[in-house]
Design a protein around this ligand. Structure first.
Ligand SMILES: [Zn+2]
Ligand SMILES: [Zn+2]
Length: 365
C-alpha cells in the first residue's frame, strides 16, 4: 500500500484520544502484512521492531495516532467518516509515513534496531506517559525521533531547532474557601471572591518576573459567588502556565503559590492550589541535528512555539529530536480546514529512512 493510501484510510477513521482502537487495529494489521510482529501497548498503542542484530542499540521512531473534536471542512480528497471528529493535527499522516518507512526499511542493512511506535493520546499529552509506563521504551535506546507536519514551512522541507522547541504546559486550579456573611456585616465573613480577584490581579506581575518574556501565565476562568448581597464563600481560578525553561517553570509555580497564600491570608480565607503538571519542554539534542545535516539532510531552523508535545517525555531516556515536516500554505493545525497535501508525504517517508540509515554509534561509542 502506498503512503497516500494509508493516509486516506486513516483519515477516514479519526478517533479521539482514549479511543484509538480502530486506528490501532489498522496499524497492527498493516504491520503484520509487512511481516512485522506488532505489539499492542496501553490498549491503543502499537509498536513493531526491526532488528538489525540482537545486541544492537535502539532507535525509537514515534508517530502519534489520535484525532480531534473538530468538524471537518477541508479541501482534502477524502473526508473524515464520523461527524465531529477529524484528523486536524495530521496524526493520520504521521502514521502513514511511519508505516511506509517500516515497509521501505524491511531487509535494510542497518546498524541499529528500530522500534516503530504508534502512540495514542498525544492531544491530551497523556499517551507518551501511558506507553512509557507500559514498557515501550527499549532497553538500550540511543536516540528518539518524531516527526510532525507543520504548515507554513515549505512543502517537503524539514525544520527543527537545537534546544527548546516546544513549551512545557501545566494547568493550575486554585480553590478558595472563605466564610459567608451578610454584606452589611461583611467583616464577619471571609471573602473568597476578593481573594480570587487579588490573585488574578497578581498574575501579570508574576508573568513578567519570568526570565523568558514569551512565558504564558494565563487565567481562563474565575468563578465565585452566588448573590449580590452575600459574602462569597468559595471561588475558583483555572489557568495555564507555559514556559521555555525549567527555571521559569519552577519559579513561576512557586510565585503563584505564594501569591495565592498571601491573598488568602489577607482575606482570612484558605487557598488550595492544585497543579496538573503536563509534559516538559521539547528539548532537541543539537548533535542529532548536526549528524543529519552532515549526512546531507537539509534542516531549516525554526522558531520555538508555545504549543506543547508529549514527545518530550522520551527525552528522559535518550537524546531526542522532533522534526517538523513542511506542508506549505494550508489552514492552521486544529482548524476545520486543515489538511495534509498528499504530495508532501513521500518526503516524510524519505526522512525516516535517512534517519534509519544514519550511523548513530558515536552517541555511545
Ligand atoms: Zn495537535
Ligand atoms: Zn499534533
Amino acid at each position: 500500500m502506498t503512503v497516500t493510501e494509508h493516509y486516506r484510510n486513516l483519515h477516514r477513521i479519526p478517533e479521539l484520544a482514549g479511543n484509538e482502537f480502530e486506528t490501532a487495529a489498522y496499524i497492527e494489521a498493516e504491520l503484520a502484512k509487512l511481516g512485522y510482529a506488532p505489539v499492542r501497548v496501553a490498549g491503543r498503542g502499537v509498536y513493531a521492531d526491526l532488528i538489525a542484530h540482537p545486541a544492537a542499540k535502539w532507535l525509537l521512531f514515534r508517530a502519534d495516532t489520535d484525532a480531534l473534536a473538530v468538524e471537518e471542512r477541508s479541501a482534502a480528497p477524502v473526508c473524515s467518516g464520523p461527524p465531529g471528529v477529524m484528523h486536524a493535527c495530521g496524526h493520520d499522516s504521521h502514521c502513514a509515513m511511519l508505516l511506509s518507512a517500516a515497509e521501505a526499511l524491511r531487509g535494510a542493512k542497518l546498524s541499529h534496531n528500530i522500534r516503530f511506535l504508534f502512540q495514542p493520546s498525544e492531544e491530551t499529552t497523556e499517551g507518551a506517559a501511558e506507553v512509557i509506563a507500559a514498557g515501550t521504551v527499549p532497553e538500550g535506546i540511543c536516540a528518539a525521533f518524531a516527526m510532525h507536519v507543520w504548515p507554513d514551512i515549505e512543502k517537503g522541507k524539514t525544520a527543527s531547532r537545537p534546544g527548546v522547541m516546544m513549551a512545557s504546559s501545566d494547568i493550575f486550579r486554585i480553590r478558595l474557601r472563605g466564610k459567608s456573611a451578610h454584606c452589611a456585616r461583611a467583616a464577619e465573613g471571609a471573602d473568597a471572591l476578593r481573594t480570587a480577584v487579588d490573585i488574578a490581579a497578581a498574575l501579570p506581575g508574576i508573568r513578567e518576573s519570568a526570565q523568558d518574556p514569551r512565558t504564558v501565565l494565563f487565567l481562563g476562568s474565575l468563578h465565585g459567588g452566588k448573590s449580590h448581597n452575600v459574602v462569597c464563600e468559595t471561588a475558583e481560578l483555572f489557568g495555564t502556565l507555559r514556559t521555555f525553561s525549567g527555571e521559569d517553570r519552577e519559579a513561576l509555580k512557586a510565585r503563584l503559590s505564594l501569591a495565592a497564600e498571601q491573598a488568602a491570608d489577607r482575606h482570612k480565607t484558605e487557598a488550595e492550589i492544585l497543579w496538573d503538571m503536563g509534559c516538559p519542554m521539547v528539548q532537541n539534542d543539537e548533535r542529532l541535528i548536526s549528524a543529519l545535516q552532515s549526512q546531507g539532510v537539509e534542516i531549516l531552523t525554526t522558531e520555538a512555539t508555545l504549543a506543547g508535545e508529549d514527545f518530550s517525555r522520551y527525552g528522559a531516556f535518550a537524546p531526542a529530536l522532533l522534526l517538523w515536516l513542511g506542508i506549505g500554505a494550508v489552514p492552521p493545525l486544529h482548524s476545520p480546514g486543515f489538511y495534509v497535501p498528499e504530495d508532501a508525504l513521500p518526503a516524510g517517508v524519505e526522512l525516516w529512512q535517512r534517519i534509519a540509515r544514519t550511523d548513530w554509534s558515536w552517541l555511545y561509542a
